[in-house]
Design a protein around this ligand. Structure first.
Ligand code: UTP
Length: 407
């Protein structure tokens, strides 16, 4: 798009401030800025005043989960079905590694963080070791998709290469970059990261499937006949990946997706809460659930909504394709973002900007049916979100040791 068209586009969307420094730029920088502007999805800023992500909590109900006991009783049956699907190449895994890990305060890809004590044990290394448990047991390799962001893509790819892909066949691994959205100030004006660069940030982990499709990988899914995708967060070092029991249970339940869940330790626990809203399975993020609902008890005095998700889902690819055009709601994340102000790049002390993120939890509702599959948190849930305290490097190390991992 040429300058005049871009100028009109910005005027129509009330974002002309993005050209404030255009006169100071050289030819290459001007071209870069025009290209950045041409990629902006202006409609995201609408959600600042219009919270489409808000859920109708009037019609909320409990969702039962397949309990640990039930799973133990049917373990062999589920496992056999899961192994059958894995051996037939119908399942692949997706690591969500496009996040920025701000709470951890680590400026490299989170997966490269060392959780080892006496040896180097990176998060990616531990996840690849968890994968090996499964591939050794069923005797094959599934496709592994690794979603990165523009910010951490090159470093992530280089890290896997340096580590020889942790012994996994490189031709079974595909990296792809997640899509991005503009970042705007609290007044709704899109920010400049530099005089010639629009500020963008990754579009949240809900963008994982549309980004996979936009990067051309849907062809591979079709060619290989992949029917299920096990999607999980990069930071849970006890994550069981392509767990055949989970795959088998979800497939046999005829649900379109499965969600691993843990029993919440307290109403305030920082996990998304599984429920049903208006008759469809749904998940409400911990920072969006009203306290009275989170703390509500049933007739036995137990939490009415006892299950929290651990960001490990199994999605049916046919259904994902069918709902691809359904737009996920944007959630606003208020963050500190460095940007150009008065001609210089400033790093604020207080949150000054909104990032627009879609969330994988919202896809569960769109899938229409979901098997909630309970897991033992001591064995499967050790997220590394913070340096210390709850869900931290410290707590994850303790759990790794408990599970026999040498640190
Ligand atoms: P979190 O919500 O914990 O975000 O992501 P984060 O970026 O890792 O950490 P903070 O909030 O900045 O401290 C949960 C999972 O979703 C991935 C993350 O990499 C993590 O695996 N994610 C998050 C993405 O892949 N893309 C995103 O845009 C956001």
């Amino acid at each position: 798009m040429d300058f005049e068209k871009i100028k009109k586009l910005l005027k129509d969307n009330g974002q002309e401030q993005l050209l404030e420094y255009y006169g100071e730029l050289d030819g290459k920088q001007r071209a870069q800025l025009l290209e950045d502007v041409s990629k902006i999805n202006f409609s995201v800023t609408d959600c600042i005043n219009n919270h489409v992500a808000d859920k109708n909590l009037k019609d909320i109900a409990t969702v039962p989960a397949k309990s640990l006991d039930e799973i133990a009783a049917h373990r062999d049956e589920y496992c056999e079905e899961g192994v059958k699907l894995l051996r037939a190449g119908k399942v692949a895994a997706v690591i969500l590694a496009g996040g920025q890990g701000t709470r951890l305060g680590f400026d490299k890809p989170k997966g490269t963080f060392n959780v080892g004590v006496t040896r180097t044990l990176t998060i990616f290394g531990q996840l690849m070791s968890n994968i090996k448990d499964v591939t050794d047991a069923y005797g094959g390799y599934f496709y592994l998709f690794i979603m990165t962001s523009e910010i951490n893509h090159d470093e992530t790819v280089a890290f896997f290469k340096q580590n020889d892909y942790f012994g996994y066949p490189a031709d079974k691994i595909r990296f792809y970059v997640q899509d991005k959205e503009p970042v705007c100030g609290l007044d709704g004006k899109i920010l400049l990261a530099d005089k010639h660069r629009v500020a963008f940030s990754p579009n949240g982990n809900g963008g994982w499937y549309s980004s996979l499709v936009n990067s051309g990988l849907q062809q591979l899914l079709k060619k290989e006949g992949i029917e299920w995708l096990n999607v999980f967060s990069v930071d849970n070092v006890l994550q069981r990946i392509c767990d055949p029991v989970f795959i088998g249970a979800t497939s046999l339940s005829r649900s379109f997706c499965g969600a691993k869940v843990v029993r919440k330790t307290c109403p305030e626990e920082r996990v998304g809460v599984l429920c049903s809203i208006e008759g469809r399975p749904d998940i409400i993020e911990y920072y969006e659930i009203p306290q009275d609902i989170a703390a509500e008890k049933d007739e036995n005095g137990e939490l009415k909504y006892p299950y929290g998700v651990i960001l490990n889902y199994l999605f049916n690819v046919h259904v994902l394709d069918a709902i691809l055009s359904w737009k996920l709601p944007y959630h606003l994340a208020k963050k500190k973002v460095a940007h150009v102000a008065d001609g210089v790049i400033k790093t604020p002390d207080e949150p000054n900007a909104y990032k627009f993120e879609t969330l994988a939890v919202d896809m569960v509702r769109y899938m229409g049916s979901c098997l909630a599959f309970e897991v033992d948190r001591e064995k499967e849930f050790a997220p590394v979100k913070n340096p210390t305290g709850v869900d931290s490097v410290e707590s994850a190390r303790k759990l790794l040791e408990k599970n026999g991992v040498k640190l």
